[in-house]
Design a binder for this molecule. Structure first.
Ligand SMILES: C[S@@+](CC[C@H](N)C(=O)[O-])C[C@H]1O[C@@H](n2cnc3c(N)ncnc32)[C@H](O)[C@@H]1O
Length: 365
């Protein structure tokens, strides 16, 4: 990994319309939490296909892959320039390839994950041994994309046609500053009319389940969520929408602190950054709606999230379906500015078809 960037000054709207009471933790503990999350994901090694299939939540993982594939097929176009925030091990690279994108930039805080993403992109990971090469050039960056000013780091790569942040944006809601930095970064890097797609925990579902639970903990055989004693009242004030922490455990996948993202606050804050809601759907609604389309039903069958109906009789369990209900997917669009002359013509000038370890850019200060 190489190079570091200056990360000073603030971007985004000069005067934010909304103001919230601060509930934000000390910067020190915020950094500690970000490190904890990074270490958790870094430690999760790449699995072989056989190990993956043996996962107790294999059908849930396939269902989530189906949801991401549908989002990408609906909103990505041939030749698009893509920014994948919190790209992890590059689990979506094949989906982007199928959409015939023109350029890809992936950013993740977990060194281990970005390294796995690199080998996967190069076709060096075990499960990709016989896979043809990806057809688009790419760059990979390692660092905290909810802390660092990405408009500076990626000024020669921007603007992007589409930004994706899958199963990760909630890690930015530990403080207002981080949540705003995430939205500032996305807004600054998208072209006018560009699309932001994401999947995050559904705060309404989580808070409803918390209130129905006898204690501060609830879940089933595949997941549990636990809130701290400070939330014993189970009341959340709308003036303090940041830093509402819980611990999330998902069997064979996640075990770390996460933060509630009240979607109504997220939606109005996104509007401050020129990002307008196209749709938001809980995963259950998403599945029910898009499964009606033959091309997506066929994809679901191929991925086998609901079982393949023939030799393999296994299917998504009731507990996995309940865990799926914890998430929602959204699509936002960057407001078009009639005067803007931004173009994506510069894309790909910095991407590579093979990424060496030393090509990964470290963006943390
Ligand atoms: C559940 S994984 C999802 C990975 C990928 N988006 C996917 O859908 O397969 C969450 C990812 O968010 C990353 N992440 C968490 N906080 C981050 C931050 N502050 N900056 C960049 N990446 C972050 C983690 O390292 C992890 O790879």
């Amino acid at each position: 990994m190489k190079r570091r960037y200056d990360n000073s000054d603030s971007i985004g709207p000069a005067q934010s319309k909304q103001r919230f009471n601060s509930h934000d933790g000390e910067p020190e503990s915020t950094n500690n939490y970000a490190r904890k999350v990074a270490d958790h994901y870094s430690a999760r090694s790449n699995k072989t296909l056989k190990e993956r299939e043996a996962s107790p939540i294999i059908h849930l993982k396939k269902l989530n892959n189906w949801i991401k594939s549908v989002l990408i097929q609906l909103f990505a176009y041939r030749g698009d320039s893509v920014l994948d925030l919190a790209c992890g091990k590059g689990g979506d690279l094949i989906k982007w390839d199928k959409a015939k994108i023109g350029y890809y930039v992936g950013v993740d805080i977990a060194e281990g994950s970005i390294e796995d993403c690199r080998t996967r992109f190069n076709g060096e990971a075990d499960q990709n041994a016989y896979r043809k090469k990806f057809t688009f050039p790419a760059r990979l960056l390692c660092g905290d994309c909810f802390e660092v000013r990405l408009d500076k780091v990626l000024q020669d790569d921007a603007p992007f046609d589409i930004c994706s942040c899958q199963f990760a944006l909630h890690y930015s809601w530990s403080t207002e500053a981080r949540a705003r930095r995430a939205l500032e970064n996305i807004s600054a890097l998208l072209r006018p009319g560009g699309t932001f797609i994401g999947t995050i925990p559904d705060s309404n579902v989580i808070i409803k389940k918390l209130r129905q639970a006898k204690e501060l903990k609830f879940g089933n055989n595949v997941y549990w969520i636990s809130f701290d004693e400070e939330n014993a009242q189970k009341k959340f004030r709308s003036q303090r929408p940041f830093g509402i922490k819980y611990t999330f455990h998902l069997e064979d996948a996640v075990d770390c602190p996460e933060w509630i993202v009240p979607f109504d606050v997220f939606k109005s804050m996104a509007e401050e950054y020129g990002l307008e809601l196209v749709f938001v759907k809980n995963s259950h609604e998403f599945v029910n709606e898009y499964l009606k389309r033959p091309e997506f039903a066929e994809l679901m069958h191929r991925l086998g999230a609901l079982g393949d109906g023939s030799q393999d009789q296994s299917t998504l369990s009731k507990d996995e379906w309940e865990a799926a209900y914890l998430y929602l997917s959204f699509v936002l669009r960057k407001r078009a500015q009639p005067q803007s002359h931004q173009t994506t013509a510069n894309r790909a000038k910095r991407g590579q078809m093979h990424i060496a370890r030393d090509d990964i850019i470290n963006i943390d200060q």
